[in-house]
Design a protein around this ligand. Structure first.
Ligand SMILES: C[S@@+](CC[C@H](N)C(=O)[O-])C[C@H]1O[C@@H](n2cnc3c(N)ncnc32)[C@H](O)[C@@H]1O
Length: 350
């Protein structure tokens, strides 16, 4: 939905937003797009093939056409060419972030149903369990939760690592630690692209176990990477580090947890060592241009009690309070992928 209207039309447009999302997700869940792609059929033929009630099926199919999710070519329905790769299920289709989100958001939106209570309780009332890895004891994170979450993370990290490599030169370093590094995919990408660099990644045991299995398939870099199962807040950091990265993770905790973490990192680094924070960041003031980032933040109400995006100034203040001597916010040359806008790279010098 593009919100271009003002006044009452704006309200009516926003009220329609829910229905648009529901039509997309429901048609995808019911696999209408695959049915249509398999054989050109008129709406009546499609209804007959589906065997569902005439009224409700017509309402859904017509809404799909009205939203541009289906097209009518003469009498026959078709899936627009540019949407088919995302919406039509085929056995060998590659992972696509947007397609993954169709299923994922169905869960997110269920959890946001009573958003008023989420706001009143700062997320405590959330029933959302898909990414439930915020545990006091990191060993309690379930293997299945870690697997499902890491699958998405791993599928989206390659373009992020590429853009980070274009924004920051790791060639000046010898020993990297990627904190909250998931299965080590980011660490491996940086190490692979940087001759002479050794790497380690630290994450909860369930993620690191997956990482060990994945690394075994990558003998070219495996020997230069150390997986560390533990808790970023308490596990002793390895000796000899000169650069630490934290990618897409600082947002998961409030300042009261991140500031001591950053202080610990600074103490582990030699003078001149760097902490590199990679994350989507908010503009200094809320503005319509960053709409998708603010809407994404709403999802954090369901996801946890502490996740939030910060502004670059917020990151700088945290790093300075943690004792870093200079902090620089770098603007990457481009967004890594379509829905990952506003990524920044903050480089703090110990
Ligand atoms: C949003 S993911 C980012 C993963 C990776 N950095 C990336 O960008 O693909 C956050 C990561 O933090 C990890 N995590 C959560 N709590 C943690 C803790 N206490 N110590 C270490 N890692 C933790 C999660 O398991 C998850 O892999």
């Amino acid at each position: 939905m593009t919100v271009s209207a003002r006044g009452e039309p704006l309200l009516l447009e926003l009220l329609d937003g829910f229905l648009q999302t529901k039509v997309l997700i429901t048609a995808y869940q019911l696999d209408l797009f695959t049915m249509v792609a398999r054989a050109p059929r008129s709406p009546a033929e499609l209804r007959a093939a589906l065997g569902w009630p005439e009224r409700s099926t017509t309402i859904l199919v017509d809404a799909c056409v009205a939203l541009g999710l289906l097209e009518l070519e003469g009498e026959a329905l078709r899936v627009p060419d540019e949407l088919a790769p995302f919406l039509v299920r085929t056995p060998d289709r590659p992972f696509r972030t947007t397609t993954y989100l169709l299923d994922y958001y169905a869960e997110v939106y269920r959890a946001l149903d009573d958003m008023a209570e989420l706001v009143r309780s700062d997320g405590a009332s959330s029933s959302f369990g898909l990414r439930d890895y915020f545990k006091d004891d990191v060993a309690q994170v379930e293997a299945e939760v870690a697997r499902e979450y890491s699958r998405y993370m791993d599928q989206t990290i390659a373009p992020i690592a590429k853009v980070v490599l274009e924004t920051y030169d790791f060639g000046q370093h010898r020993s990297l630690l990627d904190l909250c590094g998931g299965t080590g995919t980011f660490c491996a990408a940086i190490v692979e692209a940087t001759p002479g660099l050794r790497g380690a990644f630290l994450d909860v045991p369930a993620c690191v176990e997956l990482g060990r299995q994945q690394l075994a398939q990558r003998p070219a870099v495996a020997g230069r990477i150390t997986p560390i199962a533990g808790d970023a807040f308490t596990t002793p950091l390895p000796e000899g580090l000169d650069v630490v990265t934290i990618c897409r993770a600082a947002m998961d905790w409030g300042d009261e947890r991140i500031e001591p973490l950053y202080r610990r990192v600074r103490q582990a680094l030699p003078p001149g060592g760097r902490l590199v924070v990679v994350e989507r960041m908010l503009p200094d003031r809320p503005c319509p241009e960053a709409r998708s980032l603010y809407l994404r933040s709403v999802y954090f109400l369901a996801k946890s009690r502490s996740t939030r995006y910060r502004t670059p100034a917020g990151h700088v203040a945290l790093l300075q309070r943690a004792g870093f001597s200079s902090v620089e916010v770098r603007e990457p040359p481009r967004a890594p992928y379509a829905v990952f806008q506003s990524m920044k790279v903050v480089v703090a010098r110990a």
